[in-house]
Write a protein that binds this ligand. Sequence first.
Ligand code: MN
Length: 241
Amino acid sequence: MDRRNFVKSAGAGTAALIFTGGAFGSGIKNYNIMEQNTKGFLFPDLPYAYDALEPYIDARTMELHYDKHHRAYFNNFVAAVKDTPAANMTIEQIFSGMSGYPDAVRNNGGGYYNHLLFWNNMAKGLATPSSEMVKALEAAFGSFDKFKELFGNAAKTRFGSGWAWLYLTPDKKLAIGSSPNQDNPLMDLSPIKGKPVLALDVWEHAYYLKYQNRRAEYVDSFWNVVNWQDVEKRYREALSR
Ligand code: MN
């Protein structure tokens, strides 16, 4: 068995232990990447069907984004850390020492992790935050609408490819920012640092089929498919760590 196959079968074993049922695999929801080292990294099912987020995110975009783009980041990440010390680390350990790694680990590790977060950040029918979450956002940004405006602006004004983030700073404050390419706030080389809470992919591959050059329209549509249950879970976990 070569190393690639070992990684795959180790991943499958992990999946059997952690995943619970569900037609489209609630798998990804129960997959805690932070507990994995590279031997346990796997490429989980989407937590919903490709067309689940229609009309805001179209099925063809979801299929290409998940099955081509995300899968390529995963495969290239596994290849990039193979036979290196990173192969025995958690992804958070790798990110915290990111500046010491080659670009292939940075770009593909970020791409692998960021998209896992992004798929979980979205769902149909959970686009209303709890009153506690609204209060936390009001305390940080003035109002819920102001939070959406600031996050939306971060997404709309990120030049080129990248991500918008709501994240918890090391001193436990909610903050908004953006990062280029596949960087994220967990990376030591990122100007914005903290625990990701909500992520929005603004690479053209995330919206171009449906929205073409109209990134702002895609960003505004995103609020219809935010999975606030997942966002709040991530927020509480970040607060407690
Ligand atoms: Mn993407």
